[in-house]
Unconditional design. Structure first.
Length: 202
């Protein structure tokens, strides 16, 4: 990974989708990121299957100068709560304006919709919110993976198949100004083994 992409934050809330939190949590640290977990009031929250997300910071303390990458795990119940936090929505807007990377899994794009940063973009997400994406002014894309220049969305629908298309090393690092929305099928972590991996982003 490039040296200037070393600070990341996962923003989540109660009843997040466990596997969509677990994999980025370990993968980002493996890639050398300094990782924070932000929740309201710095509370430890549990996923739908009981996985704890131990917060390292309060969402009220999020500052755009502190991070290069945001990850928004899915979980419809979690997103219903988190998208009501004005501090989070304002943070996403600031990060988008600074052309930082915003990655969302499954229902994660709901936060991007609330922040108003999907208009005019190509985006993907869990199929049940495709109308929300369209109503936000984005083009809903139902495809295994997509990557474009500028603030955009790059879905992952079948990670195992996508892996064969990638490469390793610095060429596969994130480009500044890329907005990624990941759409993952299936309830188990093995389906996510390529999410945020060096081989996924090419």
């Amino acid at each position: 990974m490039e040296q200037n992409f070393k600070k990341a934050v996962i923003i989540t809330g109660p009843r997040f989708q466990d596997h969509e939190y677990i994999y980025p949590y370990y993968r980002l640290q493996e890639a050398g990121f300094k990782l924070d977990i932000a929740t309201k009031n710095k509370e430890t929250v549990l996923g739908d299957f009981g996985t704890p997300a131990v917060a390292t910071m309060d969402t009220a303390d999020l500052k755009n100068a502190d991070f290069d990458l945001i990850v928004l795990p899915g979980g419809a119940k979690a997103l219903e709560k988190v998208r009501q936090e004005k501090v989070v929505i304002d943070f996403l807007k600031e990060m988008h304006d600074k052309k930082r990377i915003i990655a969302g899994v499954c229902h994660g794009p709901q936060l991007m919709i609330s922040a108003g940063i999907l208009k005019g973009k190509r985006a993907t997400a869990y199929y049940s919110i495709k109308d929300d994406i369209r109503n936000a002014g984005a083009e809903y894309v139902d495809a295994p993976r997509e990557r474009l220049r500028g603030p955009l969305c790059g879905p992952i629908r079948e990670p195992a198949r996508s892996a064969s298309k990638g490469t390793s090393g610095s060429q596969s690092s994130f480009n500044r100004g890329t907005l990624i929305v990941a759409f993952v099928m299936g309830p188990f972590a093995p389906r996510l083994r390529c999410f945020l991996s060096r081989r996924m982003i090419i």
